[in-house]
Design a binder for this molecule. Structure first.
Ligand SMILES: [Ca+2]
Length: 208
């Protein structure tokens, strides 16, 4: 466990999208930096730098929202995220959309929603974290969404919101919906099964 957490922190410090994948994959329920509360877990690369609360004074709907807040000294390569995972079986063969509302204050890094589809074993099938269209600065409640395909071999869907660098965000009204059938193309099939489409080396030739 110590080794896994050590690797986790090392990987997480790189903070880019693919490293977020690694971090959340390794940091299962009960991990040293995970807090589970009604499905939502909190993960951060720097426990001294981020606080996660339910804010009863700020809400998009209802009476409260989730808040991620950094300390002023938080370095730009740190991040914190809200994370939840569900069974993928209901969504297999579907294209899904994760939507949610974000409100921001003084975000100097970036923030966004993230969504990931994992098989039972092996590499992640699909991942999107809004890094290419980041939310920055200060802004009132606004709806954002990310979409991914859920292949037939998907086992788990992971999703949430993340805050990279310093600032404060509020998150509310997360929704995950199927938006239609997903018809896999050749590339999806290839990636999913990691197999060629045609026989290789049919003539048993010695390479020159
Ligand atoms: Ca709410």
């Amino acid at each position: 466990m110590g080794l896994i957490l050590g690797n986790l922190v090392q990987n997480a410090l790189k903070y880019a999208g693919s490293e977020v994948v690694i971090a959340t994959r390794l940091n299962g329920a009960g991990g040293a930096t995970a807090q589970e509360e009604r499905g939502w877990q909190f993960y951060t690369t720097d426990r001294s730098a981020y606080r996660r609360t339910l804010d009863g004074a700020v809400a998009h709907s209802g009476n409260s929202s989730a808040c991620l807040r950094s300390q002023p000294s938080t370095i730009s390569r740190s991040f914190a995220l809200l994370w939840q995972r569900i069974d993928a079986s209901r969504y297999r063969g579907q294209r899904i959309r994760l939507s949610g509302y974000l409100k921001t204050s003084g975000v100097t890094g970036w923030t966004g929603l993230w969504l990931r589809v994992d098989p039972k074993e092996g590499p992640t099938l699909e991942f999107e974290n809004m890094q290419q269209r980041p939310v920055v600065g200060t802004g009132d409640w606004k709806e954002y969404s990310v979409e991914l395909n859920v292949a037939e071999q998907a086992e788990e869907i992971h999703f949430g919101a993340l805050l990279v660098g310093s600032g404060q965000i509020w998150v509310d009204d997360i929704e995950l919906l199927s938006v239609g059938r997903f018809v896999p193309g050749a590339e999806e099939l290839r990636r999913a099964r990691n197999l060629p489409f045609e026989p290789l080396d049919p003539g048993f030739e010695i390479p020159k």
